[in-house]
Design a protein around this ligand. Structure first.
Ligand SMILES: CC(C)(COP(=O)(O)OP(=O)(O)OC[C@H]1O[C@@H](n2cnc3c(N)ncnc32)[C@H](O)[C@@H]1OP(=O)(O)O)[C@@H](O)C(=O)NCCC(=O)NCCS
Length: 291
């Protein structure tokens, strides 16, 4: 079959996208309006049948264009499977210049060989998921007299964000440009000291505003930890009227207990990760070491 891969093609009829998603086990009940919003906030890649012009496969990406991307709704029309469309589609997506160097994450119950070919490896110990519609939130007994949690506003000093990132084990090597782009392309939630206006904690989400968000860069200034700051930041996200009902995903090395309080559960089986281009060698060495 002849097909081509196209990105962000605006004139793919929504009925074709709905028909593809109907064949999936994860989105077969997703309402059309949710699908429409999610497409509008993602980079969508379609496989188009060159003879009929119909969409016969798709995959979409949520990204901040600086650190991570989350790949979802990766599907090929049932009658066209086994003909190399999925492999070509995934190859095109992960090599797109907008994400080629970033870390990729996908949740999947089927381990696709094509994902492994493209460098995705199972991530068995760091992934947590908060399913759509989860209502769990921790008791908020901490008084927040001294700080408030706000959505990122221009009043927050970029230097304060850099200072926080420097305290993290995962973001302390990031350039100013990377940090700047990552926050500019995310929804940021910031804990700000009321007396000084200083940024004392933050978290950000990369989202399609309809189906998923990816939670990352959760960090509280060392001096203010264990005083309820982190809890209030995450609470603001999971109780947010727009984000709260969506499915949340995060990767963490060691703070699982913290997130469990908000209804995130460990998900060791479904997550695959494609390390950043500059981390591939280190990650591969770690994997070998684990074996
Ligand atoms: C993890 C972090 C964001 C939590 O923020 P915080 O302001 O210190 O946490 P809070 O004071 O709001 O604590 C809320 C609850 O989570 C618990 N908790 C805090 N950090 C935890 C951790 N690393 N692991 C397990 N539980 C933790 C607290 O004991 C507290 O429990 P309680 O409600 O039973 O008293 C903060 O400690 C931090 O920045 N750590 C370093 C960076 C990091 O590890 N980020 C997460 C990686 S993705």
């Amino acid at each position: 079959m002849r097909f081509e891969i196209v990105k962000n093609k605006k004139d793919v009829p929504i009925e074709q996208v709905m028909a593809l998603l109907k064949e999936s086990y994860w989105a077969n009940n997703r309402p059309q309006e949710v699908v429409e919003i999610s497409l509008a906030h993602s980079d969508v890649y379609y496989a188009i049948n060159s003879d009929t012009g119909e969409a016969i496969g798709m995959g979409r990406v949520l990204t901040d264009y600086a650190t991570n991307y989350y790949l979802s709704d990766f599907i090929v029309e049932e009658t066209c499977r086994g003909t190399g469309i999925g492999t070509t589609l995934i190859h095109r997506i992960v090599n797109d210049e907008s994400v080629a160097k970033l870390r990729g994450i996908i949740l999947t119950e089927n381990k696709h060989v094509s994902l492994e070919w493209e460098g995705f490896i199972p991530n068995t110990d760091r992934c947590m998921v908060r399913e759509a519609g989860t209502t769990a939130k921790p008791p908020m007994d901490t008084d927040i007299e001294n700080f408030e949690v706000v959505r990122f506003s221009k009043g927050i000093h970029f230097e304060d964000v850099m200072t926080l990132m420097k305290e993290s084990y995962w973001g302390n090597q990031r350039s100013e440009e990377t940090v700047y782009n990552s926050i500019a392309n995310s929804e940021c939630f910031c804990a700000v000291a009321k007396d000084t206006g200083m940024l004392i904690g933050m978290a950000r989400v990369i989202t399609d505003h309809a189906a998923y968000y990816y939670l990352c860069d959760v960090i509280v200034d060392e001096e203010y930890r264990r005083h309820g700051v982190g809890r209030n930041v995450i609470n603001a996200i999971v109780t947010d009227s727009e984000l709260g009902p969506l499915r949340g995903i995060l990767l963490t090395r060691d703070a699982h207990g913290f997130y469990e309080k908000f209804g995130f559960v460990r998900e060791p089986r479904k997550c695959m990760e494609r390390p950043r281009a500059d981390q591939k060698a280190a990650e591969a060495a770690q994997l070998l070491h684990r074996k």
